[in-house]
Design a protein around this ligand. Structure first.
Ligand code: FPP
Length: 237
């Protein structure tokens, strides 16, 4: 498909990959089959974002609440995370900078090591920033930022009145990155579900009626078109 010039160049997009379970249920399959298909879609949409010249993308892969799911489902999601993300994907070729958002200390040590290695290895890449949120929650991220700043104050490196929005933003996992222009939620739900609470202050929300495992490049085109139609005033007129 041909796009107007600057269709998606420089955009920052948050994506809540939702509907894997419902997709599987509709087909009489185990929920884990939905996650597998979802991981394939993640890979294809990442490639497409690269092709479109998107600046950064933020995928919500696993929330701090998702540990409550059955152990088998959690371990499948983690395995898929390992297979699709940490090993199979060719970040060097795509020139992506990879950043993981969330508390990785709860993950298996081998995953933590791989995540550290991928971040270090891709830190100087100049293409799109691919953010993947794993064991991530927006409130825990804000609490962590407050703790980091409180430590600086306690250590005498910062005065309380020097804490401003920029200081807070620097303590987020997304430090130095542009806030998402829009957050896309497939599967018809209209919630943020604890995703990027700090960063989403002015993000447009785009919800779509397609389940994530069915999500196509064309659906992303439609979401970007919808975003491009909206007028953004940042509280002004
Ligand atoms: C939400 O659908 C999806 C998840 C909780 C997991 C998403 C994980 C992947 C796509 C695979 C691993 C990640 C990567 C980055 C390769 P849901 O299960 O809540 O769906 P439902 O609302 O229909 O039950």
């Amino acid at each position: 498909m041909s796009h107007p010039e600057n269709f998606a160049k420089g955009l920052s997009i948050g994506i809540i990959m939702d509907g894997n379970g419902r997709w599987a249920k509709q087909r009489g399959l185990a929920r884990t089959a939905g996650h597998k298909r979802g991981a394939e879609v993640f890979q294809d949409i990442t490639r497409y974002c690269n092709e479109l010249g998107v600046e950064s993308v933020f995928f919500y892969a696993f929330s701090t609440e998702n540990w409550r799911r059955p152990a088998e489902e959690v371990s499948t999601i983690m395995r898929l995370f390992g297979d699709y993300l940490l090993k199979a994907f060719d970040y060097e070729k795509e020139n992506n900078r990879v950043v993981f958002l969330g508390d990785r200390t709860a993950l298996e040590p081998r995953y933590q090591e791989l995540m550290d290695e991928i971040e270090t290895r891709t830190a100087h890449n100049t293409g799109m920033t691919l953010n993947v949120a794993v064991n991530y929650g927006g409130r825990p991220e804000i609490v962590r930022a407050a703790q980091l700043l409180a430590k600086k104050v306690a250590d005498g490196q910062l005065r309380p009145e020097e804490i401003d929005e920029a200081a807070m933003a620097d303590m987020m996992y997304t430090c130095g990155q542009k806030d998402p222009d829009f957050i896309l939620r497939p599967s018809g739900e209209k919630r943020l579900s604890n995703f990027m609470l700090w960063q989403a202050a002015y993000s447009e929300l785009v919800e779509m009626d397609v389940l994530w495992p069915d999500f196509t490049r064309h659906d992303l085109d439609l979401a970007i078109e919808e975003f491009n139609r909206r007028s953004r005033r940042f509280g002004g007129i």
